[in-house]
Design a protein around this ligand. Structure first.
Ligand SMILES: O=P(O)(O)OC[C@H]1O[C@H](OP(=O)(O)OP(=O)(O)O)[C@H](O)[C@@H]1O
Ligand SMILES: Nc1nc2[nH]cnc2c(=O)[nH]1
Length: 176
């Protein structure tokens, strides 16, 4: 798919994203002021979001990542495939998961289940955007920044057909 920032339907430009991420960071700074959570970036989509969120956080933290995917370059999800587990031990840790989008919630639910089984003391979820669905989702974010309608979106780390993670805003993908 081609991306033209002047023609694509933009849901959030950078000004809007920055303002909503500031609010999200305020909530996270209050929550984690007294702890040192293990922050896990869910690769690949969360890369841009995490890169912009982390400098807004003013508490002590350990940073690591997990790599798991169930969409690949497609627009519908399948089985979650794990490519990398965290290198840090999670036993007895407070874990904060960072991801770009919570859609059906399967990805974050399965990662949270794995963390629980691995002994994490708590797991909370912060996402750049939470997709609004008419059907139940497998889990809910504790800290959403944006809300998006039930349409395939891209930009700011989210891909469309494997491309345009670098688009500077959140856009609606044109139908295939
Ligand atoms: O709530 P769900 O329906 O499970 O979808 C959300 C997941 O989908 C995307 O990952 P994807 O599998 O596309 O991998 P990516 O991070 O490499 O883009 C996104 O980064 C979330 O992790
Ligand atoms: N890029 C992208 N990835 C997703 N994963 C789940 N939903 C979406 C979406 O709308 N866009």
């Amino acid at each position: 798919m081609q991306h033209d920032p002047h023609l694509a339907e933009c849901l959030y430009d950078r000004t809007a994203i920055d303002a909503l991420m500031d609010q999200q960071a305020t909530r996270l700074n209050a929550r984690y002021a007294q702890s040192r959570p293990l922050v896990l970036c869910v690769m690949t989509g969360a890369l841009v979001y995490a890169g912009h969120l982390l400098p807004r956080l003013n508490f002590s933290l350990d940073l690591d990542y997990v790599h798991a995917s169930r969409y690949g370059d497609a627009r519908t999800g399948g089985q979650l495939e794990w490519m990398a587990r965290p290198r840090h031990a999670v036993m007895d840790r407070e874990v904060l998961l960072l991801d770009d989008i919570l859609d059906e919630g399967v990805t974050l639910h399965e990662i949270a289940q794995w963390l629980k089984a691995a002994g994490a003391r708590s797991t909370e979820i912060a996402v750049l955007t939470h997709k609004q669905k008419s059907v139940p989702q497998a889990c809910a974010p504790d800290y959403p920044a944006l809300k998006t309608p039930d349409r395939y979106v891209y930009g700011f780390g989210l891909d469309v057909d494997g491309l345009w993670r670098n688009a500077n805003g959140i856009f609606v993908a044109a139908p295939t």
